[in-house]
Design a protein around this ligand. Structure first.
Ligand code: NAG
Length: 280
């Protein structure tokens, strides 16, 4: 009780003096104000921590976004294919001329064949490492090179196979067929239905590639010919393209030696359950 009274006295004293003595009021005011920084110190620390957290999170987000943009080419390539070489995108003008024939579409000849072959359309199967094969969607049941010769999977580069297919369709066109039948190599060694299956397999592969990568760009029309102006689609368009040549070079380097140079134990012998009943 006595202590409580002691406490009450100064409090009453404060109240009493606050209104009557401005110096004393200022003392009390100063006293109260002096307390504030102590309360503020804690909230200031809280605010600093929050602020640092915000800076850190936005910094990391910014870094992540800029990283994604800096590696746009790689990110695009990785998002759209199972495995990728060092992909760079660059603008390329399509040769869409209607009347002028470039080397890839001229009448069948050794020169035209050489132009297509330079694209890597006839490269042999190559070998990639076991790990790269797994990352590309293969599993241990796929054909492998004997560990004795370095192991890994036997593979063909998809894009090169697609062009190989387009080349076969080209050779099979009614106005080219006789030329290539006379040469009689590769697909043209087969007759009738077997040949037809090869060509339609190729045609349908190309259909699926085109649908998979469907281009949503548009073709504009131009006014053509002075003497008789007509609206004609302009197929000479600009496209953002992958560096095809780097992919071709990769496929070229991957190639295993020609079949007749391979040792008889080049491939890992499959177990019976690894052999599928018919041609897929
Ligand atoms: C290409 O072949 C066609 C016949 O299929 C022929 O009319 C044309 O003259 C040939 N072009 C050249 C440049 O040889």
């Amino acid at each position: 009780m006595h202590q409580k009274e002691d406490e009450e006295v100064p409090l009453n004293d404060d109240v009493y003096h606050a209104g009557s003595d401005s110096d004393d009021f200022n003392d009390k005011y100063d006293y109260a104000a002096a307390k504030r920084p102590r309360r503020g110190w804690r909230s200031c620390l809280g605010m600093t921590v929050s602020l640092l957290a915000i800076i850190l999170v936005s910094g990391l987000t910014g870094a992540w976004i800029s990283f994604a943009f800096l590696n746009m080419d790689q990110n695009c390539a990785l998002h759209t294919t199972q495995w990728y070489v060092d992909i760079k995108y660059a603008f390329k003008e399509f040769d869409g001329h209607f009347m002028e024939e470039n080397i890839y579409r001229k009448n069948a000849s050794a020169e035209v064949d050489a132009a297509w072959e330079a694209l890597g359309v006839d490269y042999r199967a190559g070998v990639i490492s076991y790990e790269d094969g797994l990352a590309s969607g293969l599993d241990s049941s796929f054909v492998q090179r004997n560990p004795k010769y370095g192991g890994g999977f036997l593979v063909n580069v998809e894009g090169l196979h697609h062009l190989h297919c387009l080349n076969l369709v080209r050779k099979s066109l009614y106005f080219n067929y006789d030329h290539y039948k006379a040469i009689g190599t590769h697909a043209f060694m087969n007759e009738g239905h077997a040949f037809q299956l090869h060509v339609t397999h190729c045609l349908d592969t190309i259909r699926q590639v085109l649908m998979c990568n469907v281009d949503t760009a548009v073709l504009g029309q131009v006014w053509a010919t002075k003497e008789d102006p007509m609206a004609f689609p302009d197929f000479n368009t600009r496209h953002m393209c992958k560096n095809y040549d780097a992919v071709r070079e990769w496929g070229e380097k991957l190639q295993a030696p020609p079949n007749d140079e391979l040792p008889p134990d080049f491939l890992v012998i499959p177990t019976p359950e690894q052999i599928i009943p018919k041609i897929p």
